[in-house]
Write a protein that binds this ligand. Structure first.
Ligand SMILES: [Zn+2]
Length: 547
């Protein structure tokens, strides 16, 4: 329908050595020749002018002839732009997208990138471009470079700035910087108590009751005490008490380990005010934003406790030491407590929870609670003893020079992984260029991108492992053996407590009446420590090596 329309056409050429335009085909003369051939075979274009920028990089649009062309577009002298390929327009994909999707259309200007098959008059290519740039922005610019396309609020979240209207219970806004949280000292101990009570086996309900009986103001009441104007419309005359929900909310909030999880909700668009919850992987999470109240180790233990289906006893306030840790080795189900009374005597035993069901588990082992708890306690103590021994050895043997050397070695390995990640990121970017230049097709593009992402993930995992190892040798305070050290400080433990069980044991599997297997949470760290000790030159030369 637009066949009779004649386009006043701008031909845009760009060459830059910095961009790696070393190919002969990218020379100005070649770009021009290709476009001229195109113009000659299409009658609807009338050449208005050739605009050429030499030695101007594609990463900004501050190029004299590009600007001259834009002026001519704005004043209506030009209504069509032709380039050899998209990268002539620019190498910043987001900006390029902006020109294609909004600036050119706003001036009724047709845009053609010959080698990429892009023509903005063709709606199907436009759909492709739109989709393509959207994916690209989501995929490649999820790091810092995407900040310009995200809102300022999201940018603040990414910088670890606190953006909500009210500080969470346990914190107040820093009077000098409202985007920064500081600990509310008046309730610091309450938070710590809640976590410790949970660890000792108390249920959330029991904790709430205890807090109420101690007369401690609930988060909502505390907010009122602090004089924060808050909307109380639905509970004007009642005093808000602690309940299981408010306790659980605290136990799960990463704010207490210094982490901010923000941007959790979204509005579908600016017209709709209803907010909806975003999937967790879209939240913006930043660590070390403010002072932690709870240690990370403890927080993670509690998280594990909450996730598990803890079986709470009749009075709803006590969790048995091995609840949800004790599993059936055959079906993986929980072993549950049963009580029978026979001849006036009470027997308490463990049995697989799937034992009685129709197509139930065939593991019929019945284990007396007292006996099993005693065996687990013994295993736990031998674990603690081996740690005490290793720890003593490490004090003698892991001398400072050796320690430092080992840590340096690990750090070098870590650096190498970081470099690799950076390299892969660069590959990913050039991959897109190859794609737009037609060197690879979209299948390959997707394929390679997936492979690169996988490689990045692998390297990140290695870095995490190396960090743990370095922490162990460095006896880092945040290191993962701190928990074990805490228990070892008092020597052997005399009773199997819930705290000791969840802190140190991963799983106890009941095989049969004679066999159980205990997996300890820090076994691999102990193995790491042990192997470092054995490798150290001092150990090799010492008498202890013979033992
Ligand atoms: Zn079973």
């Amino acid at each position: 329908m637009k066949t009779n329309l004649i386009y006043n056409t701008a031909v845009y050429l760009r060459l830059s050595r910095e961009d790696g335009d070393r190919l002969e085909s990218d020379s100005i003369a070649n770009q021009q020749a290709l476009i001229e051939a195109y113009l000659n075979s299409h009658s609807e274009f009338r050449l208005y002018k050739v605009y050429a920028d030499r030695n101007h990089t594609g990463t900004n649009y501050d190029r004299p002839n590009f600007k001259a062309m834009m002026t001519d577009i704005t004043s209506g002298k030009v209504n069509c732009v032709i380039v050899k390929d998209l990268s002539r327009l620019g190498r910043e994909y987001i900006d390029t997208g902006r020109y294609l999707l909004s600036i050119f259309p706003a001036h009724n200007t047709r845009f053609i990138a010959i080698n990429d098959g892009v023509d903005t008059n063709d709606t199907s290519t436009m759909d492709f471009i739109r989709l393509h740039f959207k994916n690209l922005i989501n995929d490649m610019y999820c790091g810092d470079t995407s900040l310009k396309v995200r809102s300022i609020l999201q940018m603040k979240c990414k910088n670890g700035e606190f953006v909500s209207a009210f500080a969470p219970y346990g914190y107040i806004k820093n009077p000098e910087n409202k985007n920064h949280l500081i600990v509310d000292e008046t309730v610091r101990s309450v938070i710590i108590d809640i976590f410790n009570w949970k660890l000792s086996g108390m249920s959330a309900l029991r904790i709430a009751e205890k807090l109420n009986s101690l007369g401690i103001a609930s988060p909502m009441e505390h907010k009122r005490e602090l004089g924060i104007k808050y909307n109380y419309c639905f509970r004007k005359n009642t005093t808000a008490k602690w309940d299981a929900k408010s306790v659980n909310r605290i136990l799960q909030n990463k704010v207490y380990i210094g982490t901010l999880e923000q941007s959790k909700t979204t509005t579908p668009n600016y017209k709709i005010k209803v907010r909806s919850e975003k999937p967790k992987d879209e939240w913006i999470t930043v660590e070390n934003c403010h002072e932690a109240i709870i240690e990370k180790d403890l927080f993670e233990q509690i998280g594990r406790l909450l996730k598990e289906d803890t079986r709470v006893s009749e009075n709803n306030s006590y969790v048995y030491p091995l609840s949800s840790i004790l599993k059936c080795s055959e079906c993986g189900g929980n072993m549950t407590r049963k009580t029978v009374t026979s001849g006036g005597k009470k027997y308490v035993y463990y049995v697989c929870i799937n034992n009685k069901t129709k197509n139930g588990c065939t593991n019929k082992t019945v284990f007396s609670v007292d006996k099993l708890d005693k065996i687990v306690l013994e295993a736990l103590n031998s674990h603690i003893n081996s740690f005490i021994m290793l720890n003593k050895l490490s004090e003698y043997i892991l001398t400072l020079p050796y320690r430092t050397r080992e840590i340096e070695k690990l750090n070098t390995q870590k650096d190498r992984c970081e470099e690799k990640i950076e390299q892969i990121k660069k590959y990913k970017l050039s991959l897109y260029e190859d794609y737009t230049n037609g060197f690879i097709d979209s299948e390959d593009y997707k394929d390679f991108t997936a492979r690169y992402n996988e490689e990045i993930e692998t390297n990140r995992q290695i870095i995490a492992n190396l960090t743990t190892e370095a922490d162990i040798i460095a006896e880092n305070k945040q290191g993962s053996l701190e928990t074990l050290k805490k228990f070892a400080a008092n020597g052997e433990i005399t009773a199997l407590t819930r705290e000791a069980a969840v802190s140190l044991i991963d799983k106890v599997a009941v095989v049969d009446k004679k066999h159980i297997s205990v997996s300890f949470k820090f076994q691999s760290q102990l193995d790491t420590l042990s192997s470092y000790i054995q490798r150290s030159p001092d150990f090799q030369n010492s008498e202890m090596a013979v033992i």
